[in-house]
Design a protein around this ligand. Sequence first.
Ligand code: GLN
Length: 192
Amino acid sequence: MKKVGVLAVQGAFVEHEQRLAQLGVSTTELRQSSDISESLDGLILPGGESTVQSKLLRELNMFEPLRELIDSGLPVLGTCAGLILLAREIENDAVDGFASLPVRVQRNAYGRQLGSFHTVARLNSTDGSRDIPATFIRAPRIEALLDKEVQPLVELEDGTIAGVRYKNLIGLSFHPELDEDLSIYEQFLSYE
Ligand code: GLN
């Protein structure tokens, strides 16, 4: 992948850019509709506040062009609020997102005291499985997989699915950009 667009209207986008730079991949910030182009090789939807992001995307006329890219098969990594924007169903709220990823999520679902925490998760990739660090911040929980092609990509010890892959889309409950481990980015970048 040569150039990845990172949605940069709100939230934790800078850290994603730093992680990709570590892997030698260049990024471009998507702040307005004219930043969105066919020449992008991938897209990152960062964490932040999904309601705010959804509103801004519409106000800035970025929603439709992004949805077209997502549905055209462009590799997409959505983290936390980004997962909410990708999800087909949101259990406890009306966030108007892309609805491209057949999962049901619940916003802010990891409880009050546990709103933010750090743990070790299991990454199940095609080239084997391994432990990775995972940081959760008022995270959405993946409650159900709504299509048999949705694969659990990351699981917690208690069996909670914290990340999925579906065709060109990866959706994660947590924030890979806040830890040193780059495995999630390697998964994202290796999508053919
Ligand atoms: N709680 C946020 C939301 O519902 C997501 C939090 C995050 O992205 N870290 O949009």
